[in-house]
Design a protein around this ligand. Structure first.
Ligand SMILES: Nc1ncnc2c1ncn2[C@@H]1O[C@H](COP(=O)(O)OP(=O)(O)OP(=O)(O)O)[C@@H](O)[C@H]1O
Length: 307
């Protein structure tokens, strides 16, 4: 369905995406595009959704070059990054206007708007003006708009940014439903946990390069090799240190005022054991703060690995 052959994107002197090659098959399913800020996710999305032509190489969507290609764009829905709406509009009227702009009218427009609102759970609330909607509701309305022409491929750029947990879960449910119904979905995020809840496949981008492509467990394994720092504060920090040095995952340890800072690998095996030790009263834990669970640090590590 999507095929890139050494496709790259430049903004003048700035390289948004280095030559990148991958294929995404047809049929329903969700693929996550994971990477920190500036990794090239939006650049890749702009190439696939035909907003920009590649600076080099080739992009094919449904077998054709997507840039300004109505035949491709008619089969593709895009929810771009951001939360911008024309002020003063009611949700349903905006949706109808967008439908008209994409060539729908009459009964086809009515049907498409009703279907889009039903799929996104917005039928009851679409009459509200944007200013009276929560961010999650606005995001679902943007999704309803992208679904008006029943696209086979749906692309969402950082759709969960700024959503509260409930709105995020709701949006995830909608996307899962669409994928199960046969839509191919490409969704970008800078948060691994978010992508992992949603997708079967991940494309990992960093600094404009496709670093890895794999299943969620494969990508997790890559990320697990990166040591994560935790600051553990306790009534008696020395007890934490004494316990920590016996754990296989410990890579480094330093003491701070009232706290031990542990660098550990494989947090998914380490953290449950730490939790048990606290629950059993072995460790007098006061707080636990991840210091560098942000993807940036992990990606720095991965790039070193791949250099
Ligand atoms: N219009 C533009 N003009 C110049 N440079 C750009 C432009 N858009 C993106 N870039 C640069 O291209 C690189 C990739 O950016 P891109 O927006 O694709 O990344 P991203 O992973 O989507 O990050 P973010 O989530 O921050 O948007 C970055 O170095 C960015 O500064």
């Amino acid at each position: 369905m999507i095929s890139l052959q050494r496709a790259s994107l430049r903004y003048g002197d700035i390289l948004g995406l280095s030559p990148t090659t991958f294929e995404l098959p047809s049929g329903g399913g969700i693929t996550g595009l994971l990477g920190p800020n500036g990794a090239g996710k939006s650049s890749l999305i702009q190439l696939i959704s035909g907003l920009l032509p590649p600076s080099g190489g080739e992009v094919r969507v449904f077998g054709e070059a997507p840039f300004r290609n109505p035949a491709v764009l008619a089969r593709l829905g895009l929810v771009p990054e951001g939360d911008r709406f024309p002020s003063g509009f009611r949700g349903d009227r905006w949706l109808r206007m967008m439908g008209r702009l994409s060539g729908l009218e009459g009964a086809a427009l009515d049907g498409a708007v009703a279907r889009g609102l039903a799929l996104t759970g917005m039928a009851e609330r679409a009459r509200l003006p944007f200013t009276a909607m929560s961010k999650g509701m606005r995001q679902r309305l943007r999704l309803a708009q992208a679904l008006l022409h029943e696209p086979e491929l749906l692309i969402l750029d950082e759709p969960f940014n700024g959503l509260d947990p409930e709105a995020r879960l709701h949006l995830m449910d909608i996307l899962r439903g669409l994928a199960a119904g046969g839509t191919r979905i490409l969704v970008s995020s800078h948060i691994l946990g978010e992508v992992a809840q949603l997708t079967d496949r991940i494309l990992l981008l960093f600094r404009g390069r496709l670093l890895a492509e794999g299943s969620v467990p494969e990508i997790r394994e890559l990320l697990d090799r990166h040591p994560v720092e935790l600051r553990v504060s306790a009534a008696a920090a020395r007890e934490i240190a004494r316990w920590a040095v016996e754990q296989d995952e410990l890579v480094a340890l330093r003491m701070e005022e009232g706290a031990a800072v542990l660098a550990i690998r494989n947090p998914r095996t380490f953290l449950p054991r730490l939790q048990d030790a606290v629950a059993d009263g072995i460790l007098p834990l006061l707080s636990l703060d991840p210091l560098d669970l942000n993807l940036d640090a992990v990606f720095q590590y991965l790039t070193k690995d791949h250099a």
